[in-house]
Design a protein around this ligand. Structure first.
Ligand SMILES: Cc1cc2nc3c(=O)[nH]c(=O)nc-3n(C[C@H](O)[C@H](O)[C@H](O)COP(=O)(O)OP(=O)(O)OC[C@H]3O[C@@H](n4cnc5c(N)ncnc54)[C@H](O)[C@@H]3O)c2cc1C
Length: 481
């Protein structure tokens, strides 16, 4: 079996997984009023594989695996593979009305990194990680699995490394080693899509020293493994009503506090076991792929901001004023700069271990920094163009009430030819994107997801090759003959 139907995916989530939502144990994530919205959102991935309009992008006859698989699982070999992967992520996120699907994007980012770092370790330390990674990769690709990644630890005192925390479980660690596997304890946070995934890959989140060796651990386990507990965030619960909430009535992603309560991991699923020298390399290599995923899935969001600004300016009869055009122009430059950098990061890839193409970390991080640092200003521009009605408009119920509908229709239309209902639909979309809790979610996601702004700056400084600019500066200054 290489490709699953949406129904097969949904059925695969009905297992013994331990999920808590708003203080209660969830019996079945596929029928839970909130979590089922996330399941349905994730189905976009499986629907695309069946849809003739998207199949060529979503599916590939993979010579390496020897089967027809989801393109996400295709190990990128060159720029073209990276560009197609980026396009797939962008298209799926567009279908998700600006919300990334993520059930294969993040897992494959981790699998690519694991291939590369496992090869390094096996070459240098004579370990046998690569065959384990390859077997797990094959399992996921040929079963068409949904895979979450739990990297971010809860971290306690951020100024201290894992081994110097006030209690020993602020970072996930190995607490026992048995003949057939290891036992792990600790908690990760912000784990996206895990409530509706089949497997979770656990990675270290930072560099480690020898004192931290128990914390240098990477592995993968099924989400229903005994001892694995997910406490789901209630933030951004889905809203009812497609008119008032065009995005959140249909799309949701979940995040969990992910607790490993003495979880047994068999040896064949362990990919890093105390090799502390490689914790940082694994964390960093994953992030190199994951930020490329990020800048790809940001594109539908930034494009929507442009389209939304143009739409509401038109509906409000404001296409001509200079300051509106200036704001829309900045929005266009914002999204097109992101697109150009994303494309160029794929074109400037390097082919690394295992023949895997790695997008340019310098350009990926510049793109991510550009997106994150300017996001709130761009949201401000769209709010400015839209007007205060973003948070004061009557709702769908008022449009359905025969007493209030004529009043709304009479008073809330836009320029000639634009009905109140159409104008409110456009405003509701902008309100969700910029002012409602989904807007808040996107704003925090922009700053933190895939690593904080400072992490991006550090990578840019580290990756930039100063040689040519230094040489030029010296020449201009007359320092070198
Ligand atoms: C919606 C969402 C989804 C996410 N999904 C996932 C996921 O699926 N899997 C996953 O593993 N992670 C996920 N993340 C986590 C994401 O990668 C982190 O939010 C990010 O790495 C920042 O970590 P933090 O949130 O713990 O913030 P912190 O690390 O607490 O950072 C807060 C601030 O402190 C600064 N800081 C922290 N430590 C130091 C230090 N030692 N010195 C100086 N400054 C410091 C940071 O630069 C930042 O400015 C997700 C995050 C969000 C918001």
């Amino acid at each position: 079996m290489a490709l699953r139907t949406p129904q097969e995916y949904i059925a695969s989530l009905q297992d013994g997984r331990v999920v808590y939502y708003k203080g209660e144990r969830v019996k079945d994530v596929t029928s839970h009023p909130t979590l089922s919205v996330a399941v349905k959102h994730a189905c976009i991935d499986y629907e695309m594989a069946e849809d003739p309009a998207h199949r060529d992008l979503a599916v590939i006859d993979d010579p390496h695996v020897g089967e027809t698989i989801s393109r996400y699982y295709h190990l990128p070999r060159d720029s073209d593979d990276l560009l197609k992967r980026s396009k797939l992520i962008e298209t799926a996120t567009g279908l998700g009305r600006t919300l990334v699907v993520l059930i294969k994007e993040i897992g494959t980012d981790a699998l690519f990194a694991l291939h590369m770092v496992a090869r390094h370790m096996d070459d240098n330390l004579k370990t046998d990680y690569l065959p384990r990674v390859q077997a797990f990769y094959r399992h996921c690709a040929t079963q068409d699995l949904a895979v979450a990644v739990a990297q971010t630890d809860v971290k306690g005192d951020r100024s201290r490394p894992p081994s110097q925390q006030i209690h020993p479980d602020y970072y996930v660690r190995i607490v026992d080693e048995k003949p057939d596997g290891i036992v792990v304890r600790g908690a990760k946070i912000h784990t996206s899509v895990m409530t509706n995934s089949n497997e979770v890959i656990v990675l270290p989140t930072r560099n480690m020293s020898e004192a931290d060796r128990d914390y240098a651990v990477a592995f993968a386990i099924p989400v229903d493994t005994p001892g694995l507990k997910m406490i789901c965030s209630p933030y951004g619960a889905p809203r009812h009503g497609n008119f008032d909430h065009p995005i959140t009535s249909q799309h949701k992603m979940t995040e969990t506090l992910t607790v490993f309560d003495d979880v047994f991991v068999p040896h064949e699923r362990v990919f890093l076991q105390k090799e502390w020298q490689y914790a940082g390399a694994l964390a960093k290599t994953f992030v190199e792929f994951h930020r490329f995923t990020a800048i790809s899935y940001k594109l539908p969001l930034t494009d929507t901001l442009v389209g939304a600004a143009q739409l509401i300016a038109d509906y409000n009869g404001l296409l001509r004023p200079g300051h509106i055009r200036e704001k829309i122009t900045r929005l266009i430059a914002y999204t097109q700069t992101l697109r150009a950098l994303t494309t160029q990061a794929a074109l400037a890839c390097r082919v690394a271990e295992e023949g895997i193409a790695v997008p340019s970390p310098l350009l990926v991080n510049i793109a991510k920094l550009h997106f994150a640092e300017n996001y709130h200003e761009m949201i401000g521009a769209l709010q400015d163009i839209s007007g205060g009605i973003l948070v004061t408009a009557p709702g769908e119920d008022d449009l359905l009430n025969p007493e209030t509908r004529p009043l709304i229709e009479k008073y809330l239309g836009g320029r000639e030819g634009v009905s109140a209902a159409d104008r409110l639909r456009a405003l509701n979309m902008i309100s969700e994107l910029t002012a409602a809790d989904f807007g808040g979610y996107q704003a925090v996601l922009a700053i933190h997801a895939e690593g904080s702004i400072e992490a991006e700056k550090m990578t840019i400084h580290r990756e930039y090759d100063f040689q040519d600019s230094l040489k030029l500066a010296k020449y201009v200054a007359g320092l070198d003959a």
